[in-house]
Design a protein around this ligand. Structure first.
Ligand SMILES: [Zn+2]
Ligand SMILES: [Zn+2]
Length: 163
């Protein structure tokens, strides 16, 4: 059945001169009915009609799966930068062949990574960073060229099943 998950995240204390923005690539863990493993990291690109499941070390390797990034909205306000991503994915029940866990939608402990990019005015070069579920927070994102603080991530990305 088709399911939709909403992912939201926010950075605060934003620094202006680096023009930080969210990259439209999302990694999100799903219980994959194709390789029948729970909690598989799945890579989504905006505009792609499918996503890429990382598979597992034994047996299935990376493969395309029936999921897509259906929406990607970013908002920036005074000193804040927010993102809302919608993930459509096909979900079917199964039991993990390795550890016997039953599949769920979304997966029981969803993991998210969201990419960021910026341009350093001092180095005149671009840079990238990311935030993810399992970080020590508050997490301070710094420019890899000049070390300036670009923004602070205070809370893990929120995941909510919409339908
Ligand atoms: Zn898979
Ligand atoms: Zn910089």
């Amino acid at each position: 059945m088709l399911r939709t998950a909403e992912i939201t995240a926010e950075l605060t204390g934003l620094e202006d001169s680096h023009r930080l923005y969210w990259r439209s690539q999302v990694e999100f863990s799903l219980d994959c009915f194709i390789c029948e493993r729970t909690g598989r990291t799945t890579v989504f690109d905006r505009g792609a009609e499918q996503a890429l499941c990382s598979g597992s070390r034994s047996g299935f390797t990376r493969h395309r799966t029936a999921a897509r990034l259906a929406g990607f909205d970013t908002t920036s306000g005074p000193e804040r930068l927010a993102v809302r991503a919608l993930i459509d994915f096909w979900w079917a029940p199964f039991t993990d062949t390795r550890d016997g866990i039953k599949a769920a939608a979304p997966t029981s402990h969803p993991w998210v990574r969201l990419g960021l990019a910026y341009c350093c005015p001092d180095a005149k070069e671009s840079g990238t960073g990311s935030i993810q579920t399992n970080l020590v927070r508050p997490y301070r994102l710094t420019c890899k060229h000049c070390d300036r603080l670009l923004g602070v991530d205070r809370e893990s990305p929120a995941v909510r099943l919409l339908g």
